[in-house]
Design a protein around this ligand. Sequence first.
Ligand code: RBF
Length: 218
Amino acid sequence: MSDPTIKGLPPPPTKYDGSPFRIAIVHARWNDAIIKALLDGTVKKLKEQGVKEENIVIKSVPGSYELPFAAQKLIEAGKTQSSNAAPSMLASTTNLLSLIDNNPTAPASTTPQPAQSSTGGASTAPFNAIIAIGCLIKGSTMHFEYICDAVTHGLMKVQLDSGTPVVFGVLTALNDDQALERAGIGRKETKGHNHGEDWGLAAVELAAQTSDWQKGIL
Ligand code: RBF
């Protein structure tokens, strides 16, 4: 990380356990070499934090402009999948108490709770966090400015409207080298820093804190 303008995420005050969580990553395909490095860094850190591979869902969209819409639809899809899976619990012999409203262990149907799978397979719980990954590189027209603005505001709106954290994994670079160095694949010897790693950490931190706050734990 030789460029002093490239800063990584300062360590969180506590280490968060990602093992209960289900996380969706949606990434753009423009600038694919940079996206691939960012995606790899993100997944690596999610796993290091304990998120299970089967609870990481990865989807792609054409470009960054599509990220807010896709993030919103993924959040909805996670909730729909969770409620579709609920009737099968009636036939299950496990955890029937969780169906009683007042039971403190009962998962709410619409608010994301930690991912749970009685079978040990992939979770069908609502997503605890979304990570939106894109890379916008300034060209010679005004496209960059419009897309950066729309995506930034769009992703913020999605998380505030949905109550599901959406990590802003979008590089907005003035040239190729800036983007490469922020994906850890710079052309100089030092390579830079992979911000995807920060986004994986941020997702687990936000998922853990949101899960606590929804239960009134501060
Ligand atoms: N998408 C990106 O993710 N990164 C870019 O740097 C990028 N640059 C674009 C430049 C132009 C001139 C156009 C027309 C599109 C660009 N897009 C880029 C794609 C955009 O995010 C979106 O996918 C398309 O506009 C279709 O809605």
